[in-house]
Write a protein that binds this ligand. Structure first.
Ligand SMILES: [Zn+2]
Length: 325
């Protein structure tokens, strides 16, 4: 069994407790590089910590990292929670969760560093606005927004877990209409949408996911590095000036997820995340011939042409002014 590694720096002055994670998905290593660069700066004395503490996890999923792929046994960033008391961990990711979840809970803020498959610019995923709902209550909505505006990226996305939960409701309703003998697999638990940042918020913390660009983008490690340094400054862990607020942030709110019903449901185009849509645009055609159109102006996000039946095919987002100054 591969060991887990966390590197912590603790100052003598009270302050925020930050945790930074890389390679939650094993083939997303921009964050790993950015984290290691900051660790080296701290160890050499080039970067001084002023207060609080910071924990770095350069490789959160060492099995997936060793395999150079997204997952070890399964996606660590879904249904993330420690195994129930008395339940033996079955998959490698269960062992990670039993180590990582209590570790995250010892911190105030999580910066989780990822990258993505398609071409495109870096973006940040932000939690919901302040709310007392059952799904993802938080008092950190404004703080997360202000943090996101200082990471050094120009696109922000929110609405993940709420949209995911709506999709689960629709999937469950569809499953009830289908004969059980069809044996189709559905993910029928809203908890399935819980990854690192959602788990962190469930502990009362705040969290952002930074997608640092395409997996092999040579600038990805720099994006990760800049975001870590900016976060250290913003939260007062260093005495560097607070980074400037991005004044031209493009804000997108996820509102809808559309599943494949059949694995042969097909896109009309090779969509890329954040391609704009006009109401009525043909997005694709179902295997039964039904044409799927954009219900409103907006954007297609996370299109997955290879999705199996009853899994997410694409998300729809609309512009939001949440991130405008
Ligand atoms: Zn990822």
């Amino acid at each position: 069994m591969l060991p887990f590694q966390a590197i912590s720096f603790t100052t003598t002055e009270p302050g925020k407790r930050l945790i930074v994670t890389g390679a939650v998905h094993g083939n997303e290593v921009a964050g790993t590089h950015g984290i290691r660069r900051v660790i080296a700066e701290i160890e050499s004395g080039a970067l001084a910590l002023a207060r609080g503490s910071v924990t770095f996890v350069p490789i959160t999923n060492p099995k997936a990292y060793a395999l150079k792929r997204r997952n070890g046994d399964r996606n660590l960033n879904r249904n993330l929670q420690p195994t129930a008391p008395g339940v033996a961990p079955a998959e490698f990711e269960d062992h990670i969760a039993n180590w990582l979840c209590p570790l995250m809970a010892q911190h105030d803020a999580l910066l989780d560093l990822h990258s993505f498959q398609a071409q495109g610019q870096a973006f940040v995923m932000v939690g919901p606005q302040n709310n007392t709902g059952a799904l993802e209550p938080t008092v950190h909505g404004d703080t997360e927004r202000d943090w996101a505006l200082r990471l050094g990226v120009k696109r922000a996305v929110d609405g993940w877990l709420g949209t995911y939960a709506k999709g689960v409701d629709e999937r469950r309703a569809r499953a009830e209409r289908q004969p059980a003998s069809e044996g189709k697999r559905h993910d029928l638990d809203a908890k399935y949408g819980v990854g690192t940042t959602e788990y962190m918020r469930s502990t009362g913390g705040m969290a952002l996911t930074l997608e640092c660009g395409q997996h092999d983008d040579p600038n990805g490690p720099e994006v990760a590095y800049r975001a870590i340094r900016n976060t250290l400054a913003l939260f007062g862990l260093t005495d560097e000036p607070v980074p400037a607020t991005e004044t031209a942030m493009e804000g997108l709110h996820l509102g809808t997820v559309v599943d494949k019903f059949d694995r042969n449901d097909a896109f009309a185009r090779p969509w890329q995340s954040f391609d704009p849509l006009r109401a009525g645009d043909v997005i694709g055609t179902r295997a039964n011939g039904e044409v799927v159109r954009a219900p409103h102006d907006g954007y297609i996000v996370f299109p997955n042409a290879l999705a199996e039946a009853n899994y997410e095919w694409f998300y729809l987002a609309e512009a939001t002014r949440r991130f405008n100054p």
